[in-house]
Every structure is written in structure tokens, then in C-alpha cells.
Ligand binder design. Structure first.
Ligand SMILES: [Zn+2]
Ligand SMILES: [Zn+2]
Length: 813
């Protein structure tokens, strides 16, 4: 038996910690253990078993939570790769990969000591102590706590119980711990992950029943004699009725493991269409052949909007399932609607597990176990589904691979597409990246034959791509004499579609009513208290909101800087555009889709369903409306200000704009009637706008690659953003200065270092921010420089959490 184990614990440190294994305990590599860490207990993953005695005294493992690994050798390797590639703490990486936090509950308990008993006794005798400097309120509070604990039936009382029973603050209780009147203990322990629900079971239907009772009994009988209490509540009979049936012995209530309900929305009436055209068939053939070869292969599926990529994915997954192997389909955050889930359930039945952000921790853990046990071999999910513990992985598909929601913007800052490619490599599996607007990186890799390039050049059923007309908004201003939000041409086209009972989408990629409030007297903007960002006016909610940190301020009547009454609300967001369109087309049924109207997948789905069912004429929204929906009635797409990004200091601005314009244009004309797009812009000569209007991906790609090559940007260089932040300006300045000097003195050959410079958003969420951009044609050299920089930062006592290393950063703001 090995004597020690190295454990990765979820703390921001780039190392594992050594613990001693007590006799009779058998931890396994890839399994979880409970260990003490800085006066607390925490779970960690065992990464190595060994007999090497550490230089410092090792603490004992408290308990072993898994008899078998929860992370198999592939996932352990993948985790190590992520930690290395993204310079992320290994414990944080494993925590991200393993959604099992619900199985371990943090809990604190308190017990009264002898000193505490004595204090209680004395307080009872003398009423209060004259020498005490405590206020009578404090004494009374302490007395309540002591009294409760001394009368408690259990030795150790949980913190939550104690606080709710006595209504005493944690500070007072912790003060009593310091006086040794109480002992605090960590009661954290593994939890049973199995979630249960209460179910009514029909025992007998004999005897006289009144109408309500009969409703329940008949409903139960119609549902195999069993139904959850939650489902019974929808029957609209009084709660007491069920109680009566239980007392009469006709119905019994039992606890049962909750079966995960995949979707509350009804499956489509018609089954999914697997009638593939010849381009789809040949893509599928190539996919199947790659899978059958059981070797790593990458495929870039470049299909124009509406070309039927999803049908290829699902057919590919079905053949993997038939072969008894596993597949993972990654989809962007907003793509996983209940309707999609229902479709998947219809095709794959219980074999599909769906992982999305709306799941509770417990549901996530349940799904994880189902996949691990091999009960679900088809996994569909957002970013973190790249870590699903499937066995015998044959295929990973990344749908809309260019989508920025695949990048995690917190530690570990991994990109799920790149993790998927690496996982496929490690598992000799096939990875398929699909998009109508592939990222520059992926297309570049395909062109260099790292991936096979498979094209779906036409829409299904030979439907034409929509015609795009560009409206130059500078000209519109000259001709009309004032700033227009909706151009005359777009207004005329909308009117025309509404008269023909066709549907319209209008994109404005900015939410709220007015994005800027400006004082005409002193010229200052109203900014967030925590960020160097203008507050946005939200009219309906009557408040000013920061879109970066959520800060809220009242709507100003006068300038907060100089008191002037001349405050102006400038610019247009989606809320104002909706109001404008209501005014222009009072008869039209209009809805808005943005983060203010959509709180969850269901809101999103409801609005799209209404559009699909013809209950809406016009939909206004942010980029949310651009993503992947297939609404056949939409024949006109208006684009109002989707080119704002072109004015930002971000080298990916052109790529993002091109993708957004192409994707939103792709919503038009997916049914029988051809579509049209009106693209309003202030940058009409910009190549991103021009190529999007011509549906010319290749043209855009080649032009953009030249720019990237000149500027040494990805895909020609590996790039990392290093952000130094602190809520104290002095610290942020000093730390970034220290690192800047260090970069200067060390001169890493083959690595360009730009900075330190203040970040484009100088202050965010109270933190002052400075950054460096590192570029290198060699990823090894870049990684080496970053690693050395982190070591130097640690030496200089710069807290690890205040230096953010973002490898392959998508946002440099
Ligand atoms: Zn002012
Ligand atoms: Zn803010």
C-alpha cells in the first residue's frame, strides 16, 4: 500500500498537495478524497499515489469518497493538459470538469463547552455582570445561544439551526467561540446525490368516492397507478382530498428517485427529417468512415445558413449509437432550447443526456452519474459537456464552433472547442466543427489540412440565400436632415411585408432604451460607480443600469456632476427601437428578444414559438435573434446598428461583425418565400460589411487573414492577455509596473510583449485594470514566458487571483 497521495484541491494554486494515507484507507487515482485544508475540509482529486515522504509533515486524508475513479485516465490527462495550456490551477480545472459539488455539503456545527455552561450558570445567578463591558443586548444574545445549546437534545447543533432558532448573528456566535464558551466543528460530509420526489400510489379504488376523490383515483389509475404530488396539484382539487384518500388507505405516499424529466415542451408532431440531400449524404459518409477508422480525425463542416448541418450531426450520432459507442454534441448557450431537447429525446430516447445551465447542482450530478454508468451514451450540452464522462468516445461535434459562449471567461479560461479537439485526439475519436461562419482559426487549420474541409454550399431544397441591400446611414442623414434609426427603405420594406402577412426580424445589438446620458452643460456622461462604463437608461424599469456589473442608479433629473438640468438621453437600444416600431406600425404584433425580456430558455422558446405559430408579425432583438433558429415565415431581416463593434479597439471586431451579419441574414427566407435583408450601416465600405452582404466567406477570410498576418495576430501567432487588477489603483499600477520591468529585463526571445497599458475598460467591477498582450509564433515560448511571469509575480507577493492569464483570449477589453 502506498503511504502518501497527492491531491488537487480547488484553490488558486498551481500545485497538488501531499497527504498521508491512514491504515486501511484505499484512495484511487482519479477518485475523490476528503482532506483538511487550512482549518477546513475540502474534497480533492487524487492525482498520484506514492511513498515519497514530503519535506513538511503531511496531514491525514479524512476519508475516501470514491472506491473507483470518477475521472478516468483520459479525463485526468485532459485536465492536466488544460492546466498546462491555460496556466490554470489544477484543482480549479478538476472542479470545473466534475459537476459533483452537490454531493458534498459544507456545514458547521457548534457545541457548548464547560466554560460556556459556567457562564450560563453565572448569568442565571447574578442577572448580569457589572464588570462586563458588553451591552445588555449582547449579553442577552449570548445567553440565548448558551441556553439553546445547553437544552439541545443533540450534542452538536448545525450553524443554520442555531442561527434560525436564536436569531443571533454569526459575529456574536464566533465571538463566543473565541471566548471558549463554544466549540466550532466542521461537519462537512459527502451527501447522497440521489434526488427523490414524493409520489402518490393507488392502493385500492373500492368504496364510495366523492367527485374530487374520484378525479384523483381515476387520474392515478390512468397513469399506471402512480403520479408525483407535483403532477397531482395540477388537477385543481383541494389538497385535503388527497389526505382523506391516504387516511382511508386508498392511496399511499412514497419517496421515489426522481427520474430526470428531459423537457416540458411537447415533442414536434412530425419526426425529425432525415431525408438528406446529396451534399449532406456525402458529408455523413465521410463522417462515418472517419469514425469507423477509430483514429483521430478533425472535420470542419462549413455549411451556409439553412444548409441542414443539424441533420448531418444527428444522423452521425445515431450511427455511433447503433455501433454501441458514445458521442457528445456541444451547442452554444442559447441554442439548447426545450424544443431542441424534445427533438433529441424523440430521436435518442433515454440514451440522451442533456446538460444545460438551467440544471440545479443535483440534477447535474444525476445526469453525470447516468452518463458515467453508461445509461446515456449520447450527450448534448453547452460548454462543460466537453467533460462528460462517456465511455468509448467515438465522436464530438461542436455546433456553431465560432460562438464565443464556448470560451469560459473565468478560471479555468478554456475554450470548449479546443478542449473538444484535444479530447478527440487523446481518445482516437473524430471531432466535427460546424458553422456557417467558421472562426479564422478553424478555417485556417482546415486550409492547412489539419482538418478535412467538408462544405454544404447550398441551402436545403435549393432555397436561395437572401438578397442583401446596404443602406448608407451617412447618406440617409444628409438626405433627411436628421439622424434616423429606421431608414426610409427599411420602413417601406417592413410595411410591405406586414401587408403581405409575412414576418420581420429587426436586429439592434444593444439592449436598453438609451445607451448614453450626457450633460450638455459640462459634457460629462453618467457613469457606473464601479466601472468606467456609461450607464444605460432602461425606460420601462425606470432605472439606469450598468451592463457590465449590474449596478443600478436612479434616472437623473439633473446632471450629477454640475447640477445642470440639460441632461440628454442619447442613442437607441432595443427597448427604444421596439417603441419606435410600435409607433410606426401600430397594427403589428411586436415582441422583443433580449436579455431584459428573456430570463431563461423558456421565455426565449415562448417568443420563438409565437413567431413560428404566426402569432407575431415582427420581432426586435439583440444578437439573440441571430442564432440558429429556423422560422419559415420570416422573409425580411432588418439590421439596425450591428456594426458598433467595428469602432472598438479589438482585433476580432471585423470577424465578429461579419459573423453576426451573416448569421442574422441567414434567418431570412428559410421557407418557401425568398428572403431579403436590409443592412443599415455607417461603415458601408468596410470589408466585413461588404463580404457579409455578398455571402462571401472566402473573400472575407482571405482579406482578414492578410490583416492578421501583418499584425501578428492569431492564427499566425499564439496570443495571451495578462490582466493585472486591484480595487486599489496604486496596487494595480505598482504590480503592472513590476511585471513590465521584469518582462523588459528578461527579454523572452520570440515573444512580443505589449504593455503595460491601461485596459480599454480601465475600471470594471471596482477593479482598476492594466494589461499586457503577449504574442508569439511559438506556443511553447509563449507558455514558457507566462509560466516564468507567474513565478515572478508570486515572488513579488502579487496575489495569484489578481493576475489573470487568458490564453487565446477572445476579449481584450
Ligand atoms: Zn453636467
Ligand atoms: Zn458597472
Amino acid at each position: 500500500m502506498p503511504l502518501f497521495c497527492d491531491v488537487a484541491v480547488p484553490v488558486p494554486l498551481d500545485m497538488a498537495f501531499t497527504y498521508k494515507i491512514p491504515d486501511g484507507m484505499g484512495p484511487v487515482v482519479g477518485g475523490r478524497v476528503l482532506v483538511p485544508f487550512r482549518q477546513q475540509r475540502t474534497t480533492g482529486i487524487v492525482v498520484e499515489l506514492h511513498d515519497r515522504k514530503p519535506t513538511v509533515t503531511a496531514k491525514n486524508v479524512i476519508s475516501v469518497l470514491d472506491a473507483a475513479p470518477v475521472l478516468d485516465s483520459f479525463l485526468l490527462r485532459l485536465g492536466r493538459w488544460i492546466a498546462d495550456y491555460y496556466l490554470a490551477p489544477i484543482g480549479d480545472v478538476f472542479r470545473t470538469m466534475l459537476p459533483l459539488s452537490a454531493e458534498f455539503k459544507k456545514s458547521i456545527g457548534y457545541r457548548i463547552t464547560e466554560e460556556g455552561q459556567m457562564a450560563l450558570h453565572l448569568a442565571g445567578m447574578s442577572g448580569s455582570s457589572a464588570r462586563s463591558r458588553r451591552t445588555p443586548d449582547e449579553q442577552a444574545a449570548e445567553f440565548r445561544v448558551l441556553d439553546y445549546l445547553s437544552n439541545s437534545d443533540v450534542d452538536m447543533v448545525r450553524a443554520e439551526t442555531l442561527r434560525s432558532a436564536t436569531n443571533i448573528s454569526r459575529q456574536v456566535i464566533e465571538g463566543m467561540v473565541r471566548k471558549k464558551w463554544l466549540i466550532r466543528e466542521d461537519l462537512s460530509a459527502p451527501q447522497d446525490a440521489k434526488r427523490t420526489i414524493r409520489v402518490a400510489v393507488l392502493k385500492s379504488a373500492e368504496g364510495k368516492l366523492n367527485e374530487n376523490q374520484r378525479t384523483i383515483v381515476e387520474t392515478l389509475a390512468a397513469n399506471t397507478g402512480k403520479l408525483s404530488l407535483e403532477a397531482l396539484q395540477s388537477l385543481e382539487v383541494p389538497r385535503s382530498t388527497l389526505g382523506t384518500l391516504v387516511r382511508r388507505g386508498l392511496v399511499e405516499i412514497v419517496e421515489e428517485p426522481a427520474d430526470f424529466t428531459i423537457s416540458r415542451s411537447k415533442p414536434r408532431s412530425s419526426p425529425f427529417d432525415f431525408d438528406l440531400n446529396s451534399a449532406q449524404k456525402s458529408a455523413l459518409k465521410q463522417l462515418r468512415e472517419s469514425v469507423d477508422s477509430r483514429k483521430f480525425a478533425g472535420m470542419l463542416l462549413h455549411g451556409v445558413t439553412g444548409s441542414g448541418k443539424t441533420a448531418v450531426y444527428l444522423a452521425g450520432m445515431r450511427s455511433v449509437l447503433d455501433a454501441g459507442r458514445s458521442a457528445i454534441l456541444l451547442v452554444p448557450e442559447i441554442g439548447l432550447t426545450p424544443a431542441v431537447a424534445a427533438d433529441l429525446h424523440q430521436i435518442f430516447g433515454d440514451e440522451v443526456a442533456i446538460l444545460h445551465s438551467a440544471l440545479s447542482d443535483k440534477e447535474r450530478a444525476e445526469q453525470w452519474h447516468r452518463i458515467k454508468r453508461g445509461e446515456s451514451r449520447m450527450v448534448v450540452g453547452t460548454r462543460s459537456a466537453a467533460f462528460a464522462p462517456v465511455n468509448d468516445l467515438a465522436l464530438i461535434i461542436v455546433d456553431e464552433e465560432h460562438d464565443s459562449s464556448y470560451k469560459q471567461e473565468e478560471t479555468p479560461r478554456y475554450h470548449a472547442r479546443d478542449v473538444a479537439v484535444m479530447r478527440a485526439k487523446m481518445s482516437d475519436a473524430v471531432v466535427v466543427l460546424g458553422s456557417a461562419t467558421p472562426s479564422l482559426e478553424s478555417y485556417f487549420n482546415a486550409k492547412k489540412s489539419k482538418y478535412a474541409l467538408v462544405e454544404l454550399p447550398d441551402r436545403v431544397e435549393q432555397r436561395p440565400l437572401p438578397e442583401v441591400e446596404i443602406i448608407d446611414m451617412r447618406l440617409e442623414f444628409q438626405e433627411t436632415g436628421h439622424e434616423q434609426v429606421v431608414s426610409r427603405k427599411l420602413a417601406a420594406e417592413i410595411k410591405d411585408r406586414l401587408e403581405r402577412k409575412e414576418q420581420v426580424m429587426v436586429l439592434l445589438n444593444r439592449r436598453g432604451y438609451s445607451p448614453v446620458v450626457l450633460c450638455r452643460t459640462c459634457g460629462q456622461k453618467l457613469e457606473c460607480a464601479n466601472c468606467a462604463i456609461a450607464l444605460t437608461h432602461h425606460k420601462r424599469e425606470h432605472k439606469m443600469v450598468c451592463h457590465y456589473c449590474g449596478y443600478i442608479a436612479p434616472v437623473p433629473k439633473a446632471c450629477v456632476h454640475c447640477g445642470s438640468e440639460y441632461v440628454y438621453f442619447l442613442g437607441t437600444g432595443s427597448e427604444k427601437l421596439e417603441e419606435l416600431l410600435h409607433g410606426m406600425f401600430p397594427q403589428a404584433r411586436i415582441a422583443r428578444l433580449d436579455r431584459d425580456t428573456v430570463r431563461g430558455h423558456e421565455d426565449f422558446e415562448r417568443t420563438l414559438n409565437a413567431l413560428n405559430e404566426g402569432e407575431l408579425d415582427l420581432i426586435v432583438g439583440t444578437q439573440m435573434i441571430a442564432k440558429g433558429h429556423d422560422i419559415h415565415g420570416v422573409t425580411l431581416v432588418g439590421v439596425v446598428g450591428a456594426d458598433v463593434a467595428l469602432g472598438l479597439p479589438d482585433f476580432r471586431a471585423a470577424e465578429r461583425t461579419f459573423q453576426l451579419l451573416t448569421q442574422v441574414a441567414g434567418r431570412a427566407g428559410r421557407g418557401q418565400t425568398p428572403g431579403k435583408v436590409i443592412l443599415q450601416t455607417y461603415f458601408q465600405d468596410h470589408y466585413a460589411v461588404q463580404y457579409a452582404a455578398q455571402h462571401d466567406f472566402i473573400g472575407f477570410y482571405e482579406k482578414e487573414l492578410r490583416f492578421r498576418s501583418w499584425m501578428h495576430y492569431p492564427p499566425y501567432s499564439a496570443l495571451a492577455n495578462v490582466l493585472v487588477r486591484s480595487d486599489k489603483l496604486d496596487d494595480a499600477l505598482r504590480w503592472s509596473g513590476l511585471l513590465g520591468k521584469w518582462f523588459e529585463s528578461t527579454r523572452h526571445e520570440g515573444v512580443r510583449v505589449l504593455g503595460p497599458a491601461s485596459a480599454p475598460i480601465m475600471r470594471l467591477k471596482r477593479d482598476y485594470r492594466y494589461h499586457f498582450v503577449l504574442k508569439s509564433p511559438s506556443r511553447e515560448k509563449l507558455n514558457g514566458a507566462l509560466r516564468a511571469m507567474l513565478a515572478h509575480a508570486a515572488q513579488q507577493k502579487i496575489p495569484r487571483t489578481q493576475v489573470i492569464v487568458d490564453v487565446d483570449a477572445l476579449w481584450l477589453m
